[in-house]
Every structure is written in structure tokens, then in C-alpha cells.
Design a protein. Structure first.
Length: 135
């Protein structure tokens, strides 16, 4: 293969690989950011990873909240249950219109956290959060 053809082929392969990596980065689910925010009790960060309106259910009390209202609701939960740790035990599929994950939030009590993600304009955002104590 002549030098120019080899150079062109390398360019094409490099371009395709770059597109694949960029495409995967766009559609990744922000598990790490959610884990970090719950571990820190950072309600604003959690809400910023969500849709404009988010369903939040804590111990059976649920509502659909704007980002500012949801931040207040989660701040109240974190104030009453200061974070010790959070980790995901299950992470759903990385493709499709929606997926969910389940984690464990540790405070003085242990809580099961279910999070549903929705694919919105090439990124996954939190659509709903359910928090229940494990007894």
C-alpha cells in the first residue's frame, strides 16, 4: 500500500474511533456524579442532574418538584439523615429511552434509593428518585 493510502486509512480509522468514543461519552449515565452527590448530601447537585420537573418519593410522601423545590425536599432529608455513604448495587442498561439504578444510602439508618434516568437530548437525566428505609 502506498504511503498516501496508508496515511488516509490511518486518518479514517482514527476518525471513526474518535467518533465512537465521543458518542459513548455523550450517552453515558451520570452514575459517578449521582453517587458523589448522595455521599456528600448535595441536594442541588442531584437536582441539577435531573429533568426540569422530578418525581421525588421519600418514605411514601411523593410529589413532582421543580429544581428549587426538589433541592429543599432533599436538603430536608439530608438534614434529618446526614450522609455516611452511598453506593449503587444495581445499574441498569446504558442504552435506550430510560434506565434505572438502585443504591444504598447509609446514615443513622439504611435507605434503599431507586433512581430512574430518562434520555433527554443525548444525555441521561434523573426523572425520579424513591427513597425508602430498609427495615
Amino acid at each position: 500500500m502506498p504511503w498516501n493510502e496508508k496515511k488516509t486509512m490511518n486518518y479514517i480509522i482514527t476518525s471513526i474511533l474518535s467518533l465512537i468514543f465521543a458518542f459513548n461519552a455523550i450517552f453515558t449515565i451520570p452514575y459517578q456524579e449521582v453517587e458523589s452527590a448522595f455521599s456528600q448530601g448535595n441536594a442541588a447537585k442531584i437536582m441539577n442532574l435531573g429533568t426540569t420537573k422530578m418525581l421525588i418519593s421519600i418514605e411514601g410522601m411523593e410529589g413532582v418538584y421543580s429544581k428549587s423545590q426538589g433541592t429543599q425536599v432533599l436538603n430536608s432529608f439530608f438534614k434529618n439523615n446526614p450522609p455516611k455513604s452511598f453506593s449503587f448495587g444495581f445499574k441498569g442498561k446504558n442504552s435506550g429511552a430510560s434506565t434505572f439504578a438502585m443504591g444504598e444510602y447509609r446514615s443513622g439508618n439504611v435507605f434503599r434509593v431507586s433512581i430512574k434516568f430518562k434520555n433527554m437530548n443525548t444525555q441521561h437525566q434523573i426523572e425520579s428518585i424513591t427513597i425508602n428505609s430498609q427495615k
